[in-house]
Design a binder for this molecule. Structure first.
Ligand code: PLP
Length: 435
């Protein structure tokens, strides 16, 4: 036995029971991020999880191998109780999934190689031929495209409603969707939301959607893309959503150095998606999962700082004579939207739109003058980013629809990072002078 070999029967090295409560006090996610789901004893005492670079896992016995496969294939209920093959799952991804569940108060979570993989596999798991998807609008462009162009090839249609819709609007949309499904010979298979909408920051009333879906007698899941405010500023499972969806590429990854996605919710909603992921692949790779574990240790700190910075910057921008307005959740003008915000959100986020007086030319002069903020799409990183949606992320959206969505030529999209807030204000000040 070499010195570093571990005798798991020694009491000093026995696996410790997972602690999630102390004296009746539930430990907070920020505490659990440092250890939940990983026991150093099982990895030679390594304080941090090693990266498990392996495609397959050795079975203790042939009978164990059989039992694992019965779980994976659904022959035995309850799923797999051991690791089998890295397309299905692996240690780094399992720890990541355990920790992601904590933030949303979910029973189970699944990780994916990108936000779009998560969204596509989720929709494919629930949509059958001739079904109808109800969705809020606008969605992330690729999500909207997957529904309208890819699922359409399998006879799946959609009905959409604007993010700010009232309960009556939502009732009418659900009733239309039910009729549409009936006439196609299918069912309403999913209500898919994104809140706040990009780039307008319009919020969806998730509680109203929940009540409307229940009253309409629909048994399909309500899924919501929580990339812009999650996991810190919005927990949609608390408002009645069934499945929460993330592009982990944004705030959760938080350093603009990886691409990944996830979904979380009750096990009964995750199981069909897990089965399809087992078949198709698309699970996050171990290296990225490890990077996300590191990111999750600081996600609360980063998001708090970015949120505080955004509040400071928006205070400054709101008073500037060259600014026409701000689409910032900390400065909502509409009473109905404010009511949704008060019921659903714990913070205003750090991604907002800045409307300049003028049009594309003024926006371009502003963007080209920025010295700290980088000119790039994406959001939620440690660094401040700025872009022009009308000519970049939303260029492919038809002009009429762009106007409907409020994506005007004078709109600049900004995601505030964790730099010094006064440095950021100085940067915006000099860029506005150049407009
Ligand atoms: C970026 C993003 C996605 C797609 O995620 P990827 O990780 O780029 O695949 C989906 N939804 C929203 C709201 C996003 O911002």
């Amino acid at each position: 036995m070499s010195d570093h070999d571990i005798d798991p029967t020694s009491p000093r090295m026995a696996p410790k029971p997972e602690v999630t409560k102390i004296g009746g006090r539930e430990l907070k996610p920020s505490t659990l991020m440092m250890g939940h789901g990983f026991d150093p004893v099982l990895s030679e005492g390594s304080l941090k999880p090693p990266i498990f670079l392996t495609s397959t896992f050795a079975f203790p016995s042939a009978a164990d191998g059989k039992r694992h496969f019965e779980g994976i294939t659904g022959k035995r209920p309850g799923g797999s109780d051991g690791l089998v093959y890295s397309r299905f799952n692996a240690p780094n991804q399992e720890i990541l999934e355990d920790r992601l569940s904590v933030w949303d108060g979910a029973e189970d979570a699944l990780s994916f190689s990108s936000g779009m993989t998560a969204i596509c596999v989720l929709m494919l798991a629930y949509a059958n031929q001739n079904d109808v998807i109800v969705h809020s609008g606008p969605l992330y462009a690729a999500s909207e495209g997957f529904v309208a162009k890819v699922l359409a090839r399998f006879g799946i249609t959609y009905v959409d409603f604007p993010a700010g819709a009232t309960r009556e609007d939502i009732d009418a949309v659900l009733s239309k969707a039910k009729d549409q499904a009936k006439s196609q010979g299918g069912n309403v298979c999913m209500v898919y939301l994104e809140s706040p909408g990009n780039p307008t920051n319009a919020l969806v009333d998730v509680e109203a959607v929940r009540a409307a879906v229940d009253e309409a007698g629909l048994e399909c899941p309500i899924a919501i893309d929580n990339t812009f405010l999650g996991p810190l500023w919005q927990r949609p499972l608390d408002q009645g959503a069934d499945i929460v969806v993330y592009s982990l590429t944004k705030y959760v990854g938080g350093h603009s150095d990886l691409v990944a996605g996830s979904i979380a919710g009750a096990k009964k909603w995750m199981d069909p998606v897990r089965m399809l992921r087992n078949t198709m692949g698309g699970i996050c790779d171990p290296n990225t999962a490890w990077m996300l574990l590191r990111s999750l240790e600081t996600v609360e700190l980063r998001m708090q700082r970015a949120g505080d910075n955004a509040a400071r910057v928006c205070d400054y921008l709101a008073k500037h004579p060259k600014v026409e307005g701000l689409g910032y959740l900390g400065m909502i003008k509409d009473a109905r939207q404010q009511d949704i915000y008060d019921r659903h959100c714990k913070g205003a986020g750090s991604t907002f739109s800045l409307l300049l007086k003028g049009g594309e030319a003024e926006c371009f002069r502003f963007l080209d003058s920025l010295k700290i903020a980088k000119l790039a799409v994406s959001l939620g990183g440690t660094e401040t980013l700025a872009s022009h949606p009308a000519s970049m992320t939303h260029l492919s959206v038809a002009e009429g629809r762009r106007a409907e969505l409020g994506i005007s030529d004078n709109l600049v999209r900004i995601s505030i990072g964790i730099e010094d807030p006064d440095d950021l204000i100085a940067d915006f000040e000099q860029a506005l002078e150049a407009v």
